[in-house]
Design a binder for this molecule. Structure first.
Ligand code: GLN
Length: 487
């Protein structure tokens, strides 16, 4: 097996034992980026010299016997919305095209402290608004399984680079499905941790009550490894929760005895593609063969999740994005003859169409006279959705279903139809509204050769359960080992 095809856990053991240097490993992934990323376009920024210098320093420290961090020498790609000192952090927006932050996001600081090599910045929908990576102001990313198709979004570059083996691990963010959906489209494993499990400090905000950072990797074990490094309390983020981080990598091999799985019959309705339906049902049978029991559960307010999400997320976004006025932050227009004119031209030039749509939706829903009818109502629905999950988790340990209604669609297919794009999120937004955790794992390949994802959801702070369940599945199947053919 070639170097870059190994899992992060395998690579780490080779690095630790001295079989492999970080310079060799980082060089191999950089070569693959060089070879493949012209077509896939997963990255927005790769500084090969900086990555090699970091790798070399880590190797030298190891040779000198200095203590090595948890990920010493391991390349990790980072979605382009995590502030990183002196590295462009654009959020795939013209607005932040020239922004180089003066500080590190906590997740970046933790990766650096773990001696990871920051190999590059991955493409995304502008400000994480979208589900296809087509809303990047710079270029779309292509799905490595079929270059005419979307890689999912908004963390499309983060999932595509792992699928195409241009990085062993990557960091994404998930506000309504943006880790899980691209993981499903690209045939990799991606987890949205519980709200508060991972610090959001230095994450450029989209919708602050929903945003959460998480790992994307080839396997459940690799996901556990990365989560262990990035999770945990942070004084710089008051919404991060002060709870110990379990040793996910140590417990992941343990079987979950007597696992009770819940399925939501409405998730298998008309919206669901037949091949996805069949793959998910077959996966549930795999769990049954491993001793799980399955029962139908009800999430009665689930049908309102997309509507509530597309009020709450734009409302929060309209506030968060108010700071980009060309003065405090962001691009400033060259042409203006008044202060108001400068604000308005800077914002018109800096934001793309989807971001403008969200700002207008949010501003409208928050405006006087509509606030109660839209925003407050959506918050009440959110509470009911959370209660549905609480009740469901009294009866089952995991909720299992599809991640997305279909495999990856064609680039351009939904570009003029925001509503159908929004409906693509119907299975994932509930997790964020409820603040619980979810993971997408590969569970099939469609007739057209496209990966299909299986969605597991668990109660708050039960990431360990998700990872053990995902690992159980991956020991029994080989979908996670399938790779797109190299181009
Ligand atoms: N597709 C969803 C949206 O467009 C989710 C995005 C996300 O999770 N960042 O808002």
């Amino acid at each position: 097996m070639s170097l870059i095809d190994q899992t992060a856990v395998e690579l780490l053991s080779n690095l630790t034992s001295g079989n492999l240097t970080s310079v060799e490993l980082t060089g191999a992934f950089l070569d693959e980026i060089e070879r493949r990323d012209g077509a896939v376009k997963a990255f927005l920024h790769v500084d090969a010299d900086a990555a090699m210098a970091q790798a070399d320093e880590i190797d030298r420290n190891r040779t000198a016997g200095k203590p090595a961090g948890r990920l010493a020498g391991m390349p990790v790609a980072v979605k382009d919305l995590l502030c990183t000192v002196d590295v462009p952090t654009t959020c795939a927006s013209r607005m932040l095209e020239n922004f180089c932050p003066p500080y590190d996001a906590t997740v970046v600081a933790r990766l650096k402290a773990a001696d990871a090599v920051l190999i590059g910045r991955t493409n995304m929908d502008e400000f994480a608004m979208g589900g296809s990576c087509e809303n990047s102001a710079f270029h779309p990313t292509h799905n490595p399984w079929d270059m005419d198709r979307i890689p999912g979004g908004s963390s499309g570059g983060a999932a595509a680079c792992v699928a195409a083996r241009m990085a062993p691990l990557s960091i994404g963010s998930d506000t309504g499905g943006s880790i899980r959906s691209p993981a499903a489209m690209c045939g990799v494993t991606g987890m949205k941790p519980t709200y508060g499990r991972v610090s959001r400090y230095g994450l450029v905000a989209f919708a602050s009550s929903l945003d959460q950072l998480g790992p994307i990797a080839q396997t459940a074990e690799d996901t556990a490894l990365l989560l262990e490094v990035i999770a945990g309390h942070d004084l710089m983020d008051s919404t991060s929760v002060d709870r110990p981080v379990p040793k996910y990598t140590e417990t992941i091999g343990r079987l979950l005895e007597g696992l009770r799985i819940g399925i939501v019959p409405e998730h298998f309705g008309d919206a669901l593609d037949d091949e996805v339906d069949a793959a998910v049902r077959e996966s549930i049978r795999v769990y049954e063969s491993l001793g799980a029991t399955v029962k139908n559960i009800s999430l009665p307010h689930g049908k309102y999740a997309v509507a509530a999400y597309y009020i709450i997320a734009p409302c929060e976004a309209s506030g968060n994005l108010a700071r980009y006025d060309g003065v405090h932050y962001g691009r400033r227009t060259d042409e203006h003859d008044s202060l108001i004119g400068m604000y308005s031209r800077s914002r018109s030039e800096g934001f793309g169409p989807e971001v403008k749509r969200r700002i207008m939706l949010g501003t409208y829903a928050l405006s006087s006279g509509y606030y109660d009818a839209y925003y407050l109502k959506a918050l009440k629905v959110r509470r009911l959705i959370r209660q549905d999950f609480d009740r469901a988790f009294d009866q089952v340990d995991l909720i299992v279903g599809p991640v997305a209604p279909t495999p990856a669609f064609k680039i351009g297919e939904k570009a003029d139809d925001p509503l159908s794009m929004y409906l693509f999120d119907l299975y994932t937004v509930g997790t964020n509204l409820a603040g619980i955790c979810g993971i997408s794992i590969p569970c099939g390949i469609s007739g057209a050769g496209l990966p299909i994802g299986l969605h597991l959801q668990a109660p708050t702070f039960e990431e360990e359960r998700l990872l053990r369940a995902a690992a159980m599945f991956q020991r029994a199947t080989d979908w996670h080992t399938r790779k797109p053919s190299p181009v």
